[in-house]
Design a protein around this ligand. Structure first.
Ligand code: NZQ
Ligand code: ZN
Length: 388
């Protein structure tokens, strides 16, 4: 039965190849000082930085630079960002980049006016903000996480070997996000496919749970088919605007809370992948790809009906004359073949994980209960060993 829920999405999106111009419409709604959050490499080369700065200046904004946001933002960087925001009394946190910049902006947003240690408050105790937040907005240049239209923020603590996400409420979600598919055309192949797998896995995490008839699962199947279709075009011709824009739109819908409504969700691939990331600092989408197949093979018997449905509705497997188990296995094989075609990483050893790290990674894996099988510690160890 479809569960009870409230649905609101607080983020306004501007989508398309002219969408950056809408910054002019949004900026007057905020105060004078803008903290400009970015990494540094690509946006300075491809001209996005210059375009954003020109619009900020034309709107009379004072720009406070906050560059160097790393792919897995750290606690140390978060504290630095909070200091910058406090010292300059910023009015808006504008992230220009991918999920890392956007996640980091949200973590800064909820920490600027809080005295407590943000790591302890939000990423260990999972408390909600109890202080005024600074609004966040995003100009997206990397597709995958959905951070542009959700409350998620993932921060890494290298000292403690932990990578933990907090999903904040609607007040922390970006007030607006600008999605120009053309901005993603300069992404290196590795980032493009890591992002594509991240999108696909977000959908899987919300799909592989529950036994009821739920509209969210039908939406999920449609999104998965669109991601597969467009990805196969994009890997042949990365400059195909139609494919890249469809991938961008799928990414947003894959994780903007809609397809999780009224149902339980799994998220164990992300828990395993994040623990791998905490030890290796590897690219997020690749950590997911490297643990997915051993995990799904392991839980298949517990969610057989859904894996059969996945095989038929997502991959077009013909079920005629086959057992449910056979059909479900063929679905996973189709997934594996697609992952190989993308060229994503299928082994955590390729990301820097070693056999000696496995007990630590297993210990850092948060075990959730929403999927088809609540894993034991031994099962986590086994899946990680099979992922090596
Ligand atoms: O800009 P440079 O230095 O060249 O490098 C960036 C960045 O290092 C590059 N890049 C971005 N846009 C580009 C580009 N290169 C060329 N052209 C462009 N247009 O790409 C690299 C990766 O960017 P990053 O933001 O790190 O990737 P992603 O968007 O995948 O974000 C990853 C972070 O998001 C978290 C992950 O854990 C990870 O920390 N996640 C956030 C989620 C959320 N908010 O809901 C959910 C996800 O599951 C995920 O956990
Ligand atoms: Zn993800």
């Amino acid at each position: 039965m479809l569960g009870n829920f409230t649905y609101v999405n607080a983020t306004k999106l501007y989508f398309g190849d002219e969408s950056l111009q809408y910054l002019n419409q949004e900026l007057p709604k905020y105060g004078k000082t803008v903290q400009l959050i970015y990494r540094g490499g690509s946006i300075k080369k491809n001209g996005i930085y210059d375009q954003v700065v020109a619009i900020l200046k034309a709107n009379g904004k004072t720009i406070v630079e906050d560059g160097g946001v790393m792919p897995n933002p750290t606690v140390e960087k978060l504290k630095e960002g909070v200091q910058i925001a406090r010292q300059n009394k910023v009015d808006l946190l504008l992230a220009v980049g991918g999920g890392s910049c956007c996640d980091y902006a949200k973590a800064v947003s909820v920490s600027v006016n809080c005295e407590e240690d943000p790591w302890e408050k939000y990423f260990i105790r999972f408390e909600e903000p109890s202080c005024p937040i600074v609004p966040v907005a995003c100009v997206l240049t990397m597709v995958g996480t959905g951070s542009e239209m959700n409350g998620g923020s993932v921060i890494t603590n290298h000292e403690k070997h932990l990578k933990i996400g907090h999903v904040f409420g609607e007040e922390v979600m970006p007030k607006f996000s600008i999605l120009n598919p053309k901005f993603t055309l300069t992404l290196p192949h590795k980032q493009m496919v890591a992002g594509i797998y991240d999108i696909f896995n977000h959908i899987c995490e919300q799909y592989f749970s529950g036994t009821d008839d739920n509209t969210s699962d039908y939406l999920a199947e449609g999104l998965m088919r669109s991601v597969i279709h467009s990805s196969l075009i994009a890997i042949k011709n990365p400059q195909d605007y139609e494919a890249r824009s469809n991938i961008m739109w799928c990414a947003t819908w894959a994780l903007n809370t809609l397809i999780a409504k009224g149902k339980s969700t799994d998220w164990m691939v992300h828990m395993l992948g994040q623990a791998v990331g905490a030890y290796t600092d590897a690219t997020h989408g690749m950590t997911l790809a490297a643990v997915s197949l051993p995990y799904y093979r392991h839980i298949l018997p517990y969610g057989l009906a859904k894996f059969k449905r996945f095989a038929i509705n997502v991959w077009g497997i013909d079920a005629e004359g086959k057992t449910d188990e056979q059909v479900a296995q063929e679905g996973l094989k189709a997934l594996e073949n697609w992952m190989k075609a993308l060229g994503v990483t299928l082994h955590i050893s390729e990301l820097g994980a070693t056999p000696e790290m496995i007990p630590g990674i297993a210990g850092a894996t948060i075990i959730l209960k929403g999927g088809y099988k609540e894993l034991t510690h031994d099962e986590v160890m086994k899946i990680l060993q099979e992922s090596l």
